[in-house]
Structures are given as C-alpha cells and as structure tokens.
Ligand binder design. Structure first.
Ligand SMILES: C[S@@+](CC[C@H](N)C(=O)[O-])C[C@H]1O[C@@H](n2cnc3c(N)ncnc32)[C@H](O)[C@@H]1O
Length: 208
C-alpha cells in the first residue's frame, strides 16, 4: 500500500484505540433511573462491567468464550460473570448492554432475546456493528477512516512507546446493513432510537 492510505494505516497501527470502549461514555450517560441490576451481554474482558460496577447494586456479564469469562471475573471480582449465550439467557435487569456483540447472533433472535432481558422500566443499550450499504453509510465510514488516526493520536499520543492497546476479543464481520438493523429494531422494539454513528458503530436505545 502506498500514498495517503499507507500513511493512515501506519498512524492507526502506532496509535490504536478501541471503538467499543469509546462508547462507554455514551452508555454511562444513558443509564436508567433505577439501578438495581445491570447485565452486559458479550462482556468480553469486562471493561464495561468495571465501569457499570460503580453505578449498580448488582452487575453481571455473560459471554460464550471461556477465556473472556475468566478475564472478566478477574477484572471485576464483584460481578457475576457466566459462560452463557445471549440466546439462552434468562432474568430481568434494569439495564442490558450489548456492545459489539449483536452481530454475532441472528439479528432478530438477538434483538428479541436482549429485549426479553429488560425489566419493566428498564433500558436496553446496544452499540453495534453493521454493514456499509448506502452512500450515507459510506460517507460516515470515510469520515471515520480519515479522522481515526487523529483520535488515536489525541487519546494515546505515546502509544508507540508501549501504551494501551485495544482489548484482544473474539470478532466477527457484520452481515446486516445499518438500514436492516434499524428496520428490525423498529419492528421489534417500538419507540427505540437508532443512530448510525462515527467510528463504524450504531447506537440503539430502548425502554421497556
Ligand atoms: C467484539 S467482542 C466485544 C466484547 C466487549 N463487549 C467489548 O466491547 O470489548 C464480542 C463478544 O461477544 C461474545 N459473544 C459472541 N457470541 C455471543 C453470544 N451468543 N452470547 C454472548 N456473547 C457472545 C464474544 O465471545 C466476544 O467476547
């Protein structure tokens, strides 16, 4: 690779940052009023669990990957972390978060399962990945690609000397487009708010 793309690539490699962690602030700004119990679905290494632990009486996490479950247990000892799939999970929570995980399961099954975990008055907050399929999607993604290294530089100016790196977690490409996710959410979660965001993510918020 040569030219501007190569420069962006080199800068991204030297100043990486986690697009998922970046949205933790959005989650914390949209917490429900009642803060008894929070569940993080696809909790990975427990980064979001650690932040929710200060805001809820009880925090739990589920993930299908044994290594992630072990890492999250170590990172957040007071959280109840289980090896379980979103599609098998039971119970009701004031907050259910699903960060970069919904596209790991069939979309409608995942939305129904996440919806059913929300207690009356509770909230579902999803940070998701979707496929770029329209000119608008492409515009947002191009802007994200161009600005990505600048954000990396601002967040971790010294990362090339051994600073933090995004967590090593199981990843997967998204199949459904932003429009398809929005349409499914409109059908299954009436009143939900969907937004295609910068940094290759959408946010979806819904109250039961
Ligand atoms: C891209 S990672 C995101 C991890 C974490 N939420 C974060 O933001 O760092 C996706 C996570 O979803 C988990 N996962 C995949 N399928 C799942 C399922 N059916 N139920 C629960 N977790 C699942 C994976 O093991 C992985 O830890």
């Amino acid at each position: 690779m040569t030219g501007p793309a190569a420069v962006l690539d080199r800068l991204n490699a030297r100043h990486p940052w986690s697009h998922n962690d970046h949205f933790h602030g959005w989650v914390l700004r949209h917490l429900p009023e009642r803060r008894g119990s929070a569940l993080d679905v696809g909790c990975g290494r427990g980064g979001l669990l650690a932040r929710l632990a200060g805001a809820f009486d009880h925090v739990s996490g589920i993930d299908v990957d044994a290594e992630m479950v072990a890492a999250a247990r170590v990172r957040v000892p007071r959280a109840d972390v289980r090896r379980e799939s979103l599609l098998d999970a039971r119970g009701r929570h004031d907050l259910v978060t699903v960060v970069a995980t919904l596209h790991h399961v069939p979309l409608e099954d995942g939305l129904r399962a996440a919806r059913d975990l929300v207690a009356p008055g509770g909230r579902l907050l999803v940070i998701g990945l979707a496929r770029t399929a329209s000119p608008t999607d492409l515009g947002v993604d191009l802007a994200s690609s161009a600005l990505n290294p600048l954000v990396g530089l601002a967040k971790h100016p010294r990362v090339e000397r051994g600073g933090p790196r995004p967590a090593d977690v199981p990843v997967k490409d998204a199949h459904e487009s932003y429009a398809e996710v929005r349409a499914a959410a409109t059908r299954l979660l009436p009143g939900s708010r969907f937004r295609h965001r910068m940094w290759f993510r959408y946010t979806l918020a819904w109250e039961r």
